[in-house]
Design a binder for this molecule. Structure first.
Ligand code: PMP
Ligand code: GLU
Length: 391
């Protein structure tokens, strides 16, 4: 067998995750003593709160170290069910909830049980880097809607309608979004929901950045809008971003019982349960009063305001003010460089790591993460300005 046909076709065309690759490259350069400012990170820079760590320590001490039910313990599911009700006006019984190893895993599982070969998953560009690749891994076809700045990079009803064909199975939504920080309003979601209902299109709604939203904007879960869309939607969330728990790997989803049951079967034969200790930590997190997320959000908003004001002084960069998440998506087309070359030269020549927009489907942009402290932000922006001014 020739070497290049050894791997299955479904993996051969999949690209590695540039967000993960660039973040670890920046970490490695730093550990070698290089003075690198990393604007690459896709994770909050706060420590996981103490009560959450204590929950995990208690789990270890009490010997809660064995297999649990595949899609999570009844205790954790009950807390998640209450969370959905309290924060999202969503009624999901425990049989409608599946806990997995991160929201990434939840999304992958949902796609795996919903897509047949050639089914289309509609999504906005810019998209989170993993969406199209996950769809391809499930042998589906990503159908990309090119959104524009004018609409804050959100899918409009007209664009959605135009992109629904006979093979369209589902819509992937992300609010607040990575990388553009767009936040859909209730009316915008209502209009999209109406189209999905009319065409019987399922929705995977990724709400992982729910707690990082600025200017007191409300977060709306599409599934909460009415009974019809509730029956078609899967709501994904997790503890990674809300509680600074990226390494613990707990994500979850709520949705129609048949879809959740199918995910249970898939998880039975693939990963089994997410780590028992992390589940106990997630219980502690979701049971905590809201103060941690609120403090984090305030800090992110301060950083956002600072960074946007500084970016406005850089002539060749044009940024979009993010309404949520912790990224600024910047138009670099005035520099005349493509995003991969821009990011690579910025790292080599100025010691600043950013993610090229090409990874999100928009080559004339870069993504700057502000999940790093103010001294680093200030230093990185000074370097970015000098770099751009000298181009
Ligand atoms: N969705 C989006 C939009 C993300 O940016 C991330 C970041 N990791 C995830 C899902 C997955 O989060 P996790 O697997 O850590 O829960
Ligand atoms: N979601 C984060 C990001 O976009 C973390 C890295 C990843 O999982 O892709 O950077």
């Amino acid at each position: 067998m020739p070497i290049d046909t050894r791997l299955a076709r479904r993996i051969a065309t999949v690209k590695p995750s540039s967000t993960l690759a660039i973040t670890s490259k920046a970490k490695k350069l730093r550990s070698e003593g290089k003075d690198i400012v990393s604007f690459a990170a896709g994770e909050p820079d706060f420590d996981t709160p103490e009560p959450i760590k204590q929950g995990a320590v208690d789990a270890i001490r009490k010997g809660f170290t064995k297999y649990t039910p595949t899609t999570g313990t009844p205790e954790l599911k009950k807390i998640i069910s209450e969370k959905f009700k309290r924060d999202n006006a969503l009624e999901y019984g425990v049989q409608q909830i599946a806990v997995s190893c991160g929201a990434k895993h939840s999304i992958f599982n949902a796609l795996f049980v919903l897509l047949d070969k050639g089914d289309e998953a509609v999504m906005a560009s810019p998209y989170w880097v993993s969406y199209p690749e996950m769809v391809r891994l499930c042998e589906g076809t990503p159908r990309i809607i090119e959104t524009s700045r004018k609409n804050d990079f959100k899918i409009t009803p007209g664009e959605l309608k135009k992109n629904i064909g006979p093979k369209t199975k589902l819509l992937m939504l992300n609010t607040p979004s990575n990388p553009a920080g767009s936040v859909y309003t209730r009316d915008e979601l209502l209009a999209l929901a109406e189209i999905c209902v009319a065409h019987k299109i399922l929705v995977i709604s990724d709400e992982i950045y729910e707690k990082i939203i600025f200017d007191n904007l409300p977060h709306v879960s599409i599934a909460s809008l009415n009974k019809d869309i509730y029956g078609l939607a899967v709501t994904v969330n997790g503890v990674s971003k809300s509680f600074s728990m990226t390494g613990w790997r707990i994500g979850y989803l709520g949705g129609p019982a048949d879809i959740v049951e199918a995910i249970g079967k898939f998880q039975d034969h693939s990963t089994s349960n997410p780590a028992s200790i992390s589940q106990k930590a997630a219980e502690a997190a979701l049971g905590m009063a809201g103060s941690f997320s609120a403090t984090m959000r305030e800090e992110f908003q301060k950083r956002r305001d600072f960074i946007v004001a500084r970016l406005e002084t850089i002539e060749k960069i044009n940024c979009i003010v993010p309404k949520g998440a912790f990224y600024v998506f910047c138009d670099i087309s005035k520099t005349g460089l493509g995003s991969v070359e821009f990011a690579s030269r910025l790292l080599d020549e100025a010691g600043v790591a950013v993610i090229p927009g090409e990874s999100f489907g928009k080559d004339e942009y870069i993504r700057i993460s502000f999940a790093t402290g103010m001294p680093q932000i200030t230093k990185g922006l000074d370097r970015l300005k000098d770099f751009c001014d000298a181009l």
